[in-house]
Design a protein around this ligand. Structure first.
Ligand code: NDP
Ligand code: 5RP
Length: 474
């Protein structure tokens, strides 16, 4: 039951950590009556301190928090994904009424979101999953958001989400994504692309540092220059800044003092797993996930570095840095194209009714993968909403053709030198495979039929065939 006298807030947030606290402050800045709940007293204190100008108060008791919300209640969750989301829902459930709305904005697995939506629907509670991206800064001043699920529930929060989101050309970086867990699926794919672009930047660093012997100033200058051109993006921008940041302890650049073992929370891995499940190739993203795992094999890598020859310097041609810019453009385009293709396939598989143009549009600002290139992707899908693959767009084709020569030079040179560039190489072979009208997979089919009678199809007649391969006494 709601006590109307106390019910003064329109939106409530569970979890006042990095994302929840900043999104709530953003909502307060935009004039919404908000409050929050967190188990941690420390988080509540920080929230109230940072929300001083709005006189914001948080709750440490969940009952008080729920009672403070106007009905139907709208509660956003920004707690760590997994079991904690279920335990928060379990705590909230007996305190809620029919028609209340729970929005899970953490990086939850989309299958968990589907399950939770079904469970809560039975109790008359609207539940939807909403991916959010932009980190601390984005949450505070304008994130990109990907809400999916119950459309009626979305209409309750639409205005608020549009107000707090990032804007590009005055257009909000939020849109209704689609039914079911589509919001979390799209956010997961966003993170898969994020992994791929980060890996490409790391491989570029490897080429510059170990292939060309560039020092940190030279490396910084390359990223800085690229960020002033067509490769401009949030990840390029922070990378050029990383190469300026000094470690207070040693006086060296901090990046040189950080262990070469990359951690992950799982969204990249989920993207690869799901892509395998629905048979959609995303090799650049897969390479990025594998590279993080390879980085964790530090002891083995150190041992094997003693046993095998080290990488050599690249025998660089005069225009090598231009070629590298082209290679980055090419591989970046490949990574985004793979992510968009995964969304295209998922939309069919899970009946998400995704509008790929709208998704590219809301990724242009606020999120971690925002980039100049997203405008090209947006235009491509706007022109042809049914496009299966970004490579089918003629203006993208033109740019890819122009960057091919440089890309091949960079990939061949780096591989020849013995440098590890799995994401660059995967991007190129993905492209080369996709533009092969007759792949050598006829041989694979012949082998399968030879050893296991798995059958094959013929090019000259319909049907399923099997050959008695041993009969010809080969
Ligand atoms: N950080 C980022 O850049 C981004 C994060 N996300 C996602 O957003 C979600 C939140 O991330 P983030 O803000 O970084 O995480 P934080 O750990 O900074 O914040 C989570 C908050 O939730 C609190 N909490 C944990 N369990 C409960 C509970 N049962 N009841 C109430 N509060 C609880 C935590 O308190 P305590 O610390 O005491 O446990 C903490 O204050 C995650 O799913 C994350 O993957 C999405 C986009 C970007
Ligand atoms: O969602 C995000 C940005 O959009 C997170 O920053 C991302 O989950 C970080 O992932 P990981 O810890 O696996 O590198």
């Amino acid at each position: 039951m709601n006590n109307d006298r106390k019910a003064q807030y329109t939106f409530g947030m569970v979890g006042l950590g990095t994302m929840g606290r900043n999104l709530l402050l953003n909502m307060a800045d935009n004039g919404f009556a908000v409050t929050g709940y967190d188990k941690s007293e420390k988080m509540l204190q920080i929230f109230e301190e940072e929300g001083k100008k709005h006189n914001l108060k948080g709750f440490s008791e969940i009952e008080d928090f729920v009672q403070s919300l106007q009905t139907p209640r709208t509660i956003i969750l920004l707690v760590p994904a997994g079991a904690i989301v279920d335990s928060v829902i379990l705590e909230l459930q007996p305190l809620l009424d029919e028609g209340d709305i729970i929005i899970d904005s953490g990086n939850s697995h989309f299958t968990d979101t589907s399950r939770r939506a079904i469970e809560l629907k039975e109790k008359g509670i609207h539940f939807f999953g909403m991916g959010i991206s932009g980190g601390e800064e984005g949450a505070r001043f304008g994130p990109s958001m990907m809400p999916g699920g119950d459309k009626k529930a979305y209409s309750v929060v639409k205005k608020m989400l549009e107000a707090v989101s990032a804007k590009v050309n005055d257009e909000p970086c939020v849109t209704y994504i689609g039914p079911g867990a589509s919001g979390h699926f799209v956010k997961m794919t966003h993170n898969g692309i994020e992994y791929a672009i980060m890996q490409l930047l790391a491989e570029t660093y490897e080429i510059l540092k170990n292939g060309l012997d560039y020092d940190n100033n030279q490396i910084q200058a390359v990223f800085e220059k690229w960020n002033n051109g067509r490769l401009k993006s949030f990840l390029m921008e922070i990378t050029k800044d990383v190469f300026l940041f000094k470690d207070v302890k040693t006086g060296n650049l901090l990046v040189d003092e950080i262990k070469d073992e990359a951690k992950s929370k799982g969204t990249g891995k989920w993207t690869s797993q799901v892509a395998m499940d629905i048979e959609t190739p995303i090799p650049t993203i897969d390479a990025a996930v594998s590279s993080r795992n390879l980085s964790k094999l530090k002891k083995l890598r150190v041992e094997l570095a003693e046993a095998f020859p080290a990488a050599e310097k690249i025998n660089a041609t005069k225009d090598f840095i231009n070629d590298l810019e082209e290679a980055f453009y090419f591989a970046m385009a490949s990574a985004y194209a793979q992510g968009m293709h995964l969304l295209w396939q998922a939309s069919i598989q899970y009946e998400y009714e995704l509008n790929l143009a709208e998704i590219a549009k809301i990724w242009r600002g606020g999120c971690i993968i925002r980039a100049e290139f997203l405008e090209d992707i947006y235009q491509a899908y706007k022109k042809q909403p049914e496009l299966q693959h970004l490579y089918e767009d003629t203006s993208i084709q033109k740019k890819i053709n122009q960057s091919l020569k440089g890309t091949r030079n960079v990939v061949c040179s780096a591989i020849q030198a013995g440098l590890a560039i799995p994401a660059y190489a995967a991007s190129l072979t993905y492209f080369d495979t996709l533009k092969t009208s007759r792949m050598p997979s006829n041989l694979t089919q012949a082998q399968r039929d030879f050893f296991g009678a798995h059958t094959f199809e013929r090019i000259d007649s319909e049907g399923i065939f099997h050959a008695d391969w041993n009969k010809q006494n080969l």
